[in-house]
Design a protein around this ligand. Structure first.
Ligand code: GCW
Length: 683
């Protein structure tokens, strides 16, 4: 907030005070005193006059006022720009920004609303207070999505196969070390602050693959979980745990985890009551059930509504929520079986259960029907369950998008997903997860890309994905360009125009570039099995994972049509069921997701499939070389540590993109025998 004078007016009664009020004071102090500003604080404004600032707050007239609506009770203060009294209550997390020439006032009813307002002001930099006749305005800001959540896939200690953070590319866990919650949570406090500043309001701290040790967080670990919850609470964030569906057996010693068993129900009710005794505002559970080896209700002949409602009923008396993941498929498929289609699995399992979930169940649906590939269609589950609270799950951790060694800015992709209209016109995915009259919204969840790395995200530029996630969860309509420019300004304060434009250049289109050198036309999974880094076109082709491209000498792609394929297109409502059904109308970028076509098939772009494979690989790798060259120009213009870290990772991205180009091109040349029409040499 620079050299401004800031007044903070908060309620006087301790009962009405939330922990976030103190954070507002601390943050306002941080944003002013460090920059030569002045903070006028009062917890007892004793508002009587027309302008409370003429009364209790002594000192220079404030440029900025942050006030809770309750602290202004009794005040008749109403700046000319204000369309209604400043005391009018606002919804949770919302704030009002009233500007008059020379003064900006933010009011909110809750601490988290006021905190959001404060961060909003900080983001505006110099223009936080404006003069002149055009400076009067009154705007209410409220998050579009009620739930803005990050899931961590952190284990308590190193896991023999996955490491401490499953699919983590930013070091170890921020929360856990040596099998327990860290003693020193000061970095977690910085993390909570960071998340609060971008509007994240829930966090799940442990992996959805719940191993034996982590299953005990729910019981033996509660005192430590409570310490973590305290840290997040101060920034308006509720804590969640991932739990094992078999917890009654694993930690409770019962012979079964059957949702219909009264002892099982009692066990969950008791365990949950103890969680709330330790963490009164606990958010709830996250559950991966019957998926990739995790236990679930299928073992007892029950469905996923039975499973989810079991936990929901334990949480309901305390206001908790179950985030039940829809990522359920057969990971032991026979690759010879061409009729089973993994893309169908979530819809087949969940769509028939619409309307059967309790009100405090959120069904958490991965954005695509497969698994966070660089390109997939939007999951049809998001259009199939109008009576169910739905959340869309994104993956900030770059499992299939370069593992934070590659620059891959995901906001344009996420923006496209949230703006997708499953019925062609009308509601978008963002609207679906915001809720309707039939079911409240479940919001948006991202798998976190953060660890104990000094840059938080391994690749320093991957911070932009974390930032974008928070901002798009607050307002999915924000343009990726605008948010990226905002991030660049905040992450590199005082940067020159040249630095900023290079950042935008390197990051802006990097998802498309990544798609170009890796995954042509909607084919996914051409990665090294297990760790998923680098190319291996047939790596998953003859495995049980259901992730095939079916390339042969004549063509490539998966026939998911109703006419001749797996029928997956039929899971979409019109018009998409028909758009995807025909190769004539299917968008190029998804062609091979929905169709098996000959290499000579001509795309809408005018190119053939095989020539597109060659051209886009070459273009993608060449673009990465340009990105690295652009970055090298920043030597000396930004902090050396960041410059060098990014330069080293870009060198690896150049190497890896060439490897992708050459392996994928060679593979399809050898399969098809069709030479590259542009004359490029292919091995
Ligand atoms: O993409 C797969 C990952 C698994 C992950 C799983 C999931 C946590 O490879 O590592 O497990 O998705 O989302 O549950």
């Amino acid at each position: 907030l620079g050299r401004r004078t800031v007044a903070v007016l908060l309620p006087e009664q301790p009962a009405a005070r939330e922990p976030t009020w103190d954070t507002v004071l601390r943050e306002a102090d941080r944003a002013t005193s460090a920059h030569g500003g002045v903070l006028l604080r009062t917890l007892d404004p004793q508002v009587t006059g027309a302008d409370p600032l003429d009364g209790p707050v002594r000192g220079p007239a404030p440029d900025i006022v942050l006030a809770s609506t309750s602290a202004l009770t009794g005040s008749h203060w109403r700046p000319r720009a204000a369309s209604e009294p400043l005391t009018s209550p606002l919804p949770r997390d919302a704030f009002r920004e009233v500007r008059v020439p020379g003064r900006t006032i933010v009011v909110a009813t809750t601490g988290s609303g006021l905190l959001a307002g404060l961060h909003h002001l900080v983001r505006q930099g110099e223009s936080v207070v404006t003069d002149g006749p055009g400076a009067a305005s009154d705007t209410t800001h409220a998050p579009a999505l009620p739930i803005r959540m990050l899931d961590h896939w952190d284990n308590l200690g190193p896991h023999p196969v996955m490491g401490q953070v499953e699919r983590g590319y930013a070091g170890g866990s921020l929360f856990f070390s040596d099998g327990a919650v860290r003693e020193d949570l000061s970095r977690v406090a910085e993390y909570a602050r960071l998340l609060g500043s971008v509007g994240v309001n829930r966090v799940a701290v442990n992996n959805v693959n719940v191993h034996a040790l982590e299953a005990r967080l729910l019981t033996d670990g509660l005192a430590d979980v409570a310490r973590l919850a305290d840290v997040f609470r101060a920034h308006g964030i509720r804590l969640h745990l991932s739990v094992s569906f078999a917890a009654p057996m694993l930690v409770g010693g019962l012979p079964t985890a059957d949702p219909d068993d009264p002892d099982v129900r009692r066990w969950w009710a008791d365990a949950t009551a103890k969680v709330y005794a330790a963490v009164p505002d606990f958010g709830g559970y996250v559950v991966k059930a019957d998926s990739e080896g995790q236990p679930g209700p299928f073992a007892y002949g029950r469905d996923h509504a039975d499973g989810a409602n079991l936990l929901a009923r334990a949480l309901a008396p305390f206001g908790g929520t179950v985030f039940w993941r829809a990522f359920v498929y057969d990971h032991r498929q026979d690759w010879r079986d061409r009729s089973t289609d993994r893309a169908r699995a979530a819809h087949d399992c969940f769509a028939p259960l619409d309307g059967k979930f309790d009100d405090n169940v959120v069904l958490q649906v991965k954005h695509g029907p497969m698994d966070f590939q660089a390109r997939e269609p939007v999951s049809p589950v998001l259009a199939a369950m109008p009576h169910t609270r739905l959340a869309v799950e994104l993956q900030a951790t770059q499992e299939y998008t370069g593992q934070q060694r590659h620059v891959c800015h995901l906001h344009p992709w996420w923006h496209e997903i949230l703006a997708f209209r499953p019925w062609g016109a009308g509601r978008s995915v963002a609207d679906v997860v915001a809720g309707s009259a039939l079911a409240p919204g479940g919001g948006v969840v991202a798998v976190s890309n953060v660890g104990d790395d000094p840059f938080w995200t391994g690749h320093p530029l991957a911070q932009a994905n974390l930032y974008a996630f928070g901002r798009l969860a607050w307002d999915p309509t924000l343009s990726p360009e605008r948010v990226l420019a905002e991030w660049a300004g905040l992450a590199f304060p005082g940067a020159t125009e040249r630095v900023r434009s290079t950042l935008l250049d390197v990051l802006g289109d990097s998802w498309h570039t990544y798609e170009q050198y890796t995954a042509p036309l909607g084919v996914g999974f051409m990665v090294r099995p297990g760790h998923h880094y680098g190319p291996d076109v047939d790596g998953y082709e003859y495995t049980p994972w259901g992730t095939y491209h079916f390339a042969d000498r004549d063509g490539v792609g998966v026939d998911r049509t109703r006419a001749t394929g797996t029928g997956f297109t039929g899971q979409y409502p019109a018009p998409w069921r028909d758009v995807y059904e025909s190769p004539d109308s299917c968008p190029d970028e998804l062609l091979l997701f929905f169709h098996h076509v000959p290499y000579a098939h001509v795309l809408h772009s005018g190119s053939t499939v095989i020539q597109h494979i060659y051209d886009s690989r070459a273009a993608g790798a060449a673009r990465v070389e340009q990105m690295a060259a652009a970055w090298s120009e920043l030597d000396g213009a930004i902090p050396a540590g960041v410059f060098e870290e990014v330069a080293a990772r870009l060198a690896e991205q150049v190497r890896s993109a060439r490897e992708w180009r050459d392996q994928v091109s060679a593979y399809f040349f050898r399969k098809s025998g069709v030479p590259d029409a542009s004359g490029r040499a292919i091995c």
